[in-house]
Ligand binder design. Structure first.
Ligand code: ADP
Length: 201
């Protein structure tokens, strides 16, 4: 995965002009994203000790988060059982875990009319339940357990048009694990996909 942008840089260096320079810039920012995600993932191997836990109203965090996506097709809808859910979390990490999942949901359902649904509730066991549901292309059953593996992307040609390196979900899972939670998926190919997070408040 690292070689592709490096090869592109090497090729572009042989060509004069602005287009080649742009290509080098794009490849460098791809490399930066991959390196940052891998570093963040490595840091989380030391999990709990490294989380910066705070008391946060996660509904407020979600309201802030979705402002980035309301104008992106197919849109996003917040569904919350109450206005305030105070949780003891690392807000920056949880935000980045949710972002990865939401951005996928938007990316893979962008041509649909139904918006992505981001829902929050508290379970009977007093756990925080978060779900991200989209009505897009879905994921085949055989591939569902694999998408949490770093660099795994089901259909390479499809992904070429949607960007990404297959690191996002691996990182999200690590973040949720570090909060003693679980991240699971439920998908009907061609119909809908739901990612579910369950973690202690
Ligand atoms: P990427 O950077 O490729 O998006 P991720 O780890 O975030 O990497 O996701 C891995 C793969 O899982 C994606 O490439 C995509 O094929 C699949 N995927 C993730 N979320 C969804 C979704 N909501 N609908 C369909 N496919 C998805």
């Amino acid at each position: 995965e690292f070689r592709t942008p490096l090869t592109r840089i090497k090729v572009a260096l042989e060509i004069p002009g602005e287009a080649a320079k742009k290509s080098i810039q794009r490849s460098i920012s791809e490399l930066e994203t991959m390196i940052n995600e891998l570093l963040e993932s490595a840091r989380l191997n030391d999990a709990q000790g490294k989380l910066k836990l705070e008391k946060v109203n996660i509904i407020e965090l979600a309201e802030d988060l979705i402002t980035d996506y309301v104008n992106e097709k197919p849109g996003i809808k917040l569904i919350a059982s109450q206005n305030t859910i105070i949780s003891f979390i690392d807000p920056i990490r949880i935000q980045s875990a949710l972002k990865n999942i939401i951005e996928n949901a938007i990316k893979f359902s962008s041509n649909q009319s139904k918006p992505v649904e981001l829902a929050f509730e508290i379970s009977k066991e007093n756990n925080l339940l978060i779900s991200v549901r989209d009505f897009g292309i879905g994921i085949e059953a055989a591939e569902q357990p694999l998408i949490f593996e770093p660099f795994y992307r089901p259909d390479r040609s499809r992904i070429k048009t949607t960007g990404g390196y297959g690191l996002g979900l691996a990182l999200s899972k690590k973040i949720i694990d570090a909060h003693f939670g679980s991240l699971s998926i439920d998908s009907k190919p061609g119909k809908e996909t739901t990612f579910r997070i369950e973690m202690p408040l």
